[in-house]
Ligand binder design. Structure first.
Ligand SMILES: Nc1ncnc2c1ncn2[C@@H]1O[C@H](COP(=O)(O)OP(=O)(O)OP(=O)(O)O)[C@@H](O)[C@H]1O
Ligand SMILES: O=P(O)(O)OC[C@H]1O[C@](O)(CO)[C@@H](O)[C@@H]1O
Ligand SMILES: [Mg+2]
Length: 441
């Protein structure tokens, strides 16, 4: 078995008794403390034939269980906590902020909580973005809204400048809510903090509708994104069925990982073609999408195509443009496909009734579904427990239905993608009955 590094870094020994049992309605029996050496198995599959399956459970493949510790590192009344949200929007950001604030305030009695505005840009003094004091009153109903009350951004100042600001603010814990880029930034910030000999805990909460961060069962926001995308596919299907040889085309986000498209296809059962970045496809020729689409229309008189934004980039004109964070700007596969399909159908003298729906930002800006809200609440609360216990360079993750600590370095070591030979893609092929010959993986 591949050996992974799940060793979590801590700032020092935990010598302070946790105040949780003293707070509010909580007694010792309900505090539900987690022993610091409790572990969750990374791999719960029994591998038949393995000489001794227990040999696989080497330390590296055990994940540290998240949760409240009986003894903590920080004295609550000395804590000044910072919260930052970075990268693209994602349903549930406000839920996580709310959970962090309430857990700090009510479970630990922390009274100094500061929101940093507009992501890492808020750590650049040149931007003059005022900090926002946070408390249970001003986060009270934010979970009912999409977006982030703190604002977000791409790009930002140098790591040194970010840490200078953190140092000037006198923070001793920073909660970093963001995607892969954000967590890269968090790791470098934590490295710089360590280099300066500061005791500041950096805890990440992985945010992404793309679901592309590794060692996380499912990122928060993904479920809401899929629910919204299903609505778009429903509309595309309805439009397609209402026209002669109607074609519904829906584009969803997914830069390098096509989970939104794959999960939406499985949830809606209305998509006939699903195009994701992980699986190359041809447009023209006997094995191309256009030919397969014609055949489908001949047979069923309507078709729905669901495409992830990162799919088919090899068919488009490459550009070297990058966004402020250094992410490659993608060409618009949705508009491209819409044009090519209409051109192709017209050239053949066939009906070209195509309706194109791009719900990308509607999906991302939606408020979290109840299940996502519940997940965010648990991630936020457990991020607080981790920080109070002096854990650093760590993300809160759900793995095998347990909340665990994953070192940020491990989580960002590889991107999670839809495996073209894995069970999710197999089910997509099976539900869509898309011709295998169309994809040349
Ligand atoms: N390699 C890196 N080193 C340091 N900081 C980075 C790095 N990549 C990104 N960041 C920082 O992280 C922030 C967010 O990154 P990015 O725009 O890539 O979004 P993300 O966190 O990946 O989220 P998403 O892709 O889901 O929108 C940026 O403001 C940038 O400052
Ligand atoms: O338009 P923006 O803000 O650059 O964001 C687009 C990107 O953000 C994401 O939604 C991730 O947050 C990607 O799926 C997408 O490529
Ligand atoms: Mg990213």
């Amino acid at each position: 078995m591949e050996e992974l590094d799940f060793t979590v870094e801590t700032l020092g020994e935990c010598k302070i008794e946790s105040p949780i049992p003293l707070k509010n309605n909580m007694d010792e029996a309900h505090a539900s403390f987690v022993n610091d050496n409790e572990r969750v198995l990374y791999d719960i599959i029994y591998h038949e034939g393995s000489k001794n399956n227990r040999d696989d459970y080497v330390e590296g493949n055990l994940m540290e269980k998240a949760g409240a510790r009986r003894h903590i590192y920080f004295q609550p009344n000395h804590v000044h906590a910072g919260i930052i949200t970075c990268g693209g929007l994602c349903p549930g950001l406000n839920d996580v902020i709310r959970a962090i604030v309430r857990s700090l305030w009510y479970e630990y009695g922390v009274r100094r909580i500061t929101g940093i505005r507009y992501g890492y840009q808020g750590l650049d003094p040149n931007n003059n973005l005022p900090f926002k004091e946070l408390n249970p009153t001003n986060v009270d109903d934010i979970h009912t809204k999409g977006g982030t009350i703190l604002g977000s951004s791409r790009g930002g100042p140098s790591i040194e400048t970010r840490v200078d600001t953190i140092e000037r603010m006198n923070l001793n814990m920073l909660f970093v809510i963001g995607g892969d880029g954000t967590q890269h930034g968090a790791l470098y910030i934590a490295d710089e903090i360590k280099r300066r000999g500061l005791k500041i805990s950096v805890v990440g909460v992985p945010k992404t509708i793309d679901n592309d961060i590794s060692f996380i069962q499912k990122s928060f926001g993904v479920e809401t994104a899929v629910a919204e995308a299903v609505n778009a596919v429903y509309s595309a299907h309805t439009e397609a069925k209402g026209a002669i040889d109607g074609i519904g085309l829906v584009k969803v986000m997914g830069r390098e990982s096509g989970f939104i498209a794959a999960h939406t296809a499985l949830a809606s059962n209305d998509a006939n073609f699903v195009l994701v970045p992980e699986v190359k496809f041809e447009l023209d020729g006997p094995n191309g999408l256009l030919e397969a689409l014609d055949k489908r229309l001949e047979r069923s008189f309507h078709a729905v195509i669901l495409v992830a934004e990162g799919a088919g980039q090899d068919l488009l004109e490459a550009s070297n443009a990058k966004d402020e964070s250094g992410n490659k700007k993608l060409a618009d596969i949705g508009v491209f496909l819409a044009q090519k399909i209409v051109e192709h159908r017209k050239k053949k003298g066939l009906p070209a009734n195509l309706k194109y729906i791009d719900p990308s930002y509607m999906i991302r800006a939606a408020a979290a579904t109840p299940n996502d809200s519940l997940y965010c609440a648990r991630l936020g609360t457990n991020a607080v427990h981790a920080a109070m216990a002096g854990k650093t360079k760590v993300l809160i993750s759900m793995w095998n239905y347990h909340l665990v600590h994953v070192p940020i370095g491990t989580a960002i070591s590889k991107r999670k993608v839809v495996d073209p030979k894995g069970p999710i893609w197999k089910d997509v092929l099976s539900t869509t009955r898309m011709p295998l010959s169309m994809t040349n993986n």
